[in-house]
Design a protein around this ligand. Sequence first.
Ligand code: CP
Length: 315
Amino acid sequence: MRHFLKETDLSAAEISAVFAQAAALKAARGRATASDLARQSWGLMFFKKSTRTRVSFQVGVHELGGLPVMLNADDLQLSRGETVADTAKVLSRYLHGMVIRCHEHALLEEFARCGTMPVVNALSDFLHPCQFMTDMFTLAERYAPGRPEQYAASLKGRKIAFLGDTACNMANSFVLGGAALGAEIALAGPAGYEPGAEVRAQLKADGLKETFTFTTDAAAAVKGADMVYTDVWVSMGMEAEKAERLKLMQPYQVNAKLMALAKPSAYFMHCLPAHPGEEVSADVLASPQSIIFDQAENRLHVQKAILAHLAAHRG
Ligand code: CP
């Protein structure tokens, strides 16, 4: 059984294949009917709020010929104490795959271990691999236009600056996925926000060399970058730390002065939702360098390719 819980659950060859399939699905959207999930039903289970992920997966399963079954975790017996193991076993009798957004990454792993269907990580407190794959696809569309077979290779050696909360799930995804794709990840955030032991252990477990650096100096990280990325300073579940984080992360706001240190051709990216005036200035968000809405659109195409890939490779 194949799952997509983390960036390294796909090999380098599979990432290339998924990018190529995403490009083909994007080009064919509205003109061709895909049937990769025909007569299949996929559960979409959310323990946290979502706009992009929820809608892009629901539309994506539908466009691949399947039935998306929306599951609000609060409405399930899981919220009244039924175990993850029993829930996974029962839902595997009805569904052909699961997409889950949750807090603890361990829940995804347990669900994948106990169920008998593919599981996709739609964000955990540890990683956000669907967003990472989409972000890399969105960049590669620009680096290798019209050559999807070159998308993964076009990312090798690129300098990606990630600013702000450098210990969040999105930063972890860049640390792990960046190593898998050979990109240079320059993290800049407050002292104490270095990538944690969990992501370093995952790199080691996957036999990957670290390709990230961490600094408290925002300008040093952005200098010469091909792309500058940020995420909200207060991730879901971190609301109690809001005041402290807003103060600590102020020097890492992506603004025009900081963007001027990146390459003139550099792109600005953000997984959204954005908080203009906090992690990014309003002018950078709206600037020609900003490709945030292409990122958001590509969630649909890339996730469709991931779902089709898992459906085609299930045991
Ligand atoms: N970027 C992202 O995952 O967006 P949502 O939280 O709206 O799904």
